[in-house]
Design a protein around this ligand. Structure first.
Ligand SMILES: O=C(CO)[C@H](O)[C@H](O)COP(=O)(O)O
Ligand SMILES: [Fe+2]
Length: 222
């Protein structure tokens, strides 16, 4: 299956946490397609962010766009139903953080969400063996997880090319997402490597005009 239509998913990790609903609505009005929601537990990664209650608060505030939950937590399974109930659209997890990857995939789907598998810069792609056909998305990290505002790791480009090939060979409509250090300057080469779903946090939220950055990104990826 060839690339899906491009999606830009602003990471609200870099939003104004004191005005999260307002800033999330603002980035969507500026052209963001999805909300990328980073969940960090100070265990699997050395940082602590938001749980399901904050996600529900965003839904209650009126955010209706798809919410793309990136779980950087260990263990994974016990928090899945809470995120589904809170209003997550897609839940992605790191295979090293799950005791039973196939079971976690099933749990997320049974909870009514789309499912993604996340690859850190040093995580081998053989975690895709036997489960690729069950996934809605593969997420390639282009930074080590835990913080926004890091620099894009260029080796991620080759990984994107390899996964693009595997998705195309599978013939399935699986999204290929990239996360970490994505900017309006490098998004062109990232798209050329095969990504169709682009997470960007600091590049959007640290800019004075969200709409101008998102527009430039969209024009670059076509
Ligand atoms: O998962 C993440 C970090 O672990 C974030 O989604 C990612 O880093 C986005 O922020 P930025 O675009 O600033 O790199
Ligand atoms: Fe993320």
């Amino acid at each position: 299956m060839s690339k899906q239509s491009p999606i830009i998913a602003p990471s609200i990790l870099s939003a104004d946490f004191a005005r999260l609903g307002e800033d999330t609505a603002k980035v969507l009005a500026a052209g963001g397609d999805w909300v990328h929601y980073d969940v960090m537990d100070n265990h699997y990664v050395p940082n602590l962010t938001m749980g399901p209650m904050v996600l529900k608060a965003l839904r209650d505030y009126g955010i209706t766009a798809p919410i793309d939950v990136h779980l950087m937590v260990k263990p994974v399974d016990r928090i899945v139903p809470d995120f589904a109930k809170a209003g997550a659209s897609c839940i992605s997890f790191h295979p090293e953080a799950s005791e039973h990857v196939d079971r976690t995939i099933g749990l997320i789907k049974d909870a009514g969400c789309q499912v993604g598998l996340v690859f850190n810069p040093a995580t081998p792609l053989n975690w895709l063996d036997h489960v690729l056909d069950k996934l809605d998305m593969v997420l390639i990290m282009s930074v080590n997880p835990g913080f926004g505002g890091q620099k894009f790791i260029p080796e991620a480009l080759e990984k994107l090319r390899l996964v693009r090939r595997r998705i195309d060979e599978s013939g399935r409509a699986i999204r290929l997402e990239v996360d970490g250090g994505v900017t309006a300057d490098n998004i062109g080469q990232i798209a050329a490597a095969g990504a169709d779903t682009f997470v960007a946090g600091s590049a959007i939220f640290n800019a004075p005009d969200y709409q101008a950055v998102i527009k430039r990104m969209r024009e670059t990826i076509g």
